[in-house]
Design a protein around this ligand. Structure first.
Ligand code: SF4
Ligand code: SF4
Length: 351
């Protein structure tokens, strides 16, 4: 991204964001830290913008952990930039898909970064992606991150992968193993935030997703590409993804009617979801996940349905088990910063 596009992007963000709204501005790639000097300049532009205030704007960066120096560390710390490291797990998981440009392994380097960040930075979260090949290794991956000292672990299925019926049949036992790890850590007074489980428990406790938590693609969420293109979600803006998810540019603004082109005609959602008892707690509304699986923002694929069913079942079992053993303690814990750590949830004071 050129500095000119960066400047106009920042103007666009501040001009179009509703007054008083909180802004989360995140750097992502590719690997954003390959352009560390540029990141520094863009951060300065954001922080010196007339509409900037530290209470309103939160900065974050998603890195693959292959680029990390003392200067980068000092900068991230100095500007309170939250860090998310994309790492899939221990070496035998990480090196399956996250190879460098020469096809070499990245696990040793990323592990060094993770250990250094543990020492240097106040808030680092892990984003681990799992595929049909690594699904059953998820509990091992979570153990690996825990042993490295991480307590905020986001787990995301690769919705672009081909998930067979056979793969889906492993979801319940794998999620239940994660649930048992979660329970064990909690009972050992060492709670871990495991996104798959925490988000679903929170949603179950309050009876469903709230409107502000549902997908706001194109309105509450925008991705800006190096040429100033606007996309409804960061996941829909990467290389290899069809250009036709573009919904405008920083020059011309957002054209929301372009979202309609990716919606299946007829019912607003899958007919089988309309009467499903899990509907309010199910992530049917994630347009990018749906698009990767079915081609349409508003059509859920069989894998997401199976995964959501398995997660809701697991979350209910974990919640019931901890409530039975600890009474309302667990409910109070859910309202704390550790587990409900998204700004939206904090803002909503949901419990
Ligand atoms: S569980 Fe399946 S059928 Fe039910 S709302 Fe979710 S995607 Fe639809
Ligand atoms: S499409 Fe999914 S990932 Fe993207 S903004 Fe919506 S909910 Fe978030």
């Amino acid at each position: 991204m050129s500095l000119d596009v960066a400047r106009r992007s920042i103007d666009f963000i501040f001009r179009h964001a509703p007054a008083e709204s909180l802004l989360d501005i995140g750097f992502f790639g590719g690997e954003p830290l390959l352009e560390f000097p540029l990141i520094k300049k863009i951060t300065e532009m954001i922080e010196t913008h007339p509409a900037y205030s530290s209470g309103r704007v939160s900065l974050s960066i998603t890195t693959n952990g292959t680029v990390y120096t003392p200067a980068i560390s000092a900068f991230l710390r100095g500007h309170a930039i939250k860090v998310c490291v994309s790492c899939d797990g221990p070496p035998r998981v990480q090196d399956l898909f996250r190879r460098n440009q020469h096809g070499g392994e990245t696990s040793a380097r990323v592990e060094r970064t993770l250990l250094a960040m543990q020492q240097d930075l106040p808030e680092v979260v892990i984003n681990a992606v799992y595929t049909p090949q690594t699904l059953e290794l998820l509990p091992e991956s979570v153990d690996y991150f825990s042993a490295l000292g991480f307590r905020q672990i986001y787990l995301n299925p690769d919705f672009t992968a081909h998930w067979s019926r056979e793969d889906a049949s492993h979801l319940v036992p794998v999620y239940q193993t994660l649930g048992q790890q979660y329970i064990d850590w909690y009972l050992q007074h060492d709670p871990h935030y495991i996104s798959l489980i925490d988000t679903k428990i929170a949603v179950l406790v309050r009876g469903g997703y709230r409107p502000m938590e549902r997908c706001q693609m194109g309105t509450g969420e925008l991705a800006i590409t190096p040429d100033g293109g606007l996309y409804p979600c960061g996941r829909l803006s990467g290389s290899g993804i069809s250009q036709d998810h573009r919904i405008g540019s920083i020059q011309d603004g957002v054209d929301l009617s372009r979202l309609v082109a990716h919606c299946a005609p007829g019912a607003a959602q899958n007919p089988e979801c309309i009467d499903c008892s899990l509907r309010d707690s199910c992530m049917t509304w994630c347009g990018c996940s749906n698009a990767f699986m079915t081609g349409y923002y508003n059509r859920v694929g069989p894998f997401l349905c199976a995964s959501e069913r398995a997660l809701i079942q697991t979350a209910m079992e974990v919640y019931t088990s901890l409530e039975r053993q600890l009474g309302p303690t667990f409910l109070h814990h859910l309202s704390g910063e550790t587990l409900l750590n998204s700004r939206m949830e904090r803002k909503g004071k949901i419990l």
